[in-house]
Unconditional design. Structure first.
Lengths: 115, 113
């Protein structure tokens, strides 16, 4: 069975600094999607960034970028120039291409941003 | 710009009571999902639907029923609530096609006493 592991329950960063959140996953599939979702105190789950496994190029969305290491099954999220509004729970998620209704989430990392 | 709307936002039930959570989406999405979120755990899939009139079981379906009579609505029912069903419930939807991005509602916090 596929699993997603986020080994950092909590992280903190100073405003304007850079922070990296870790995610590893276990799968025997070669084709899949990976996601990072943000959940602020409002509870709304917001998609931050998405990566397709067949693409070697790391996805980037403004201040958010990923380091996708397929062989190592690692998918970390880097937040540059951190802002107070980045404070939230961040969830890593895996979706197999052969079964696109089974989105599997990690346990989340709570990010605190200090001024 | 409603997206995915869940009602109610909060609810307290007594053990054995029944209730229905409503999820409505205005994006004409074919696929809809119900998840539960518990402390220290990621979201877990309860049931899902791949189109109007269809439903399927997810990872943790026991104690829940669902219906998708209209394309825009996906209902989650608890026939006899138990304290173990205290959780935050999320609905999501996604379009067909290769994008495979799910769009989430704001959640319903349910407490069963």
């Amino acid at each position: 069975a596929q699993t997603v592991t986020q080994s950092q329950p909590e992280m903190s960063v100073q405003e304007a600094e850079t922070v990296t959140l870790s995610c590893t996953y276990d799968t025997s599939e070669s084709d899949y999607y990976l996601f990072w979702y943000k959940q602020p105190p409002s509870r709304q789950m917001i998609l931050v960034i998405r990566q397709e496994a067949y693409k070697q190029q790391n996805a980037t969305e403004n201040r958010f970028s990923v380091n996708f290491q397929k062989a190592a099954k690692s998918f970390s999220l880097k937040i540059s120039d951190s802002q107070l509004g980045d404070a939230a729970m961040y969830f890593c998620a895996y979706l197999p291409r052969y079964n696109t209704d089974k989105l599997i989430f990690g346990t989340g990392t709570r990010l605190q941003v200090f001024p | 710009n409603a997206g995915v709307t869940q009602t109610p936002k909060f609810r307290v039930l007594k053990t054995g009571q029944s209730m229905t959570l409503l999820c409505a989406q205005d994006m004409n999405h074919e696929y809809m999902y119900w998840y539960r979120q518990d402390p220290g755990m990621g979201l877990r899939l309860i049931h899902y639907s791949v189109g109007e009139g269809t439903t399927a079981k997810g990872e943790v379906p026991d104690g829940y029923n669902v219906s998708r009579l209209k394309k825009q609505n996906f209902l989650l029912g608890l026939e006899s609530a138990a304290p173990s069903q205290t959780s935050v419930y999320f609905c999501a939807s996604r379009p067909t096609g290769a994008i495979n991005i799910q769009y989430f509602g704001a959640g319903t916090r349910l407490s069963v006493l």
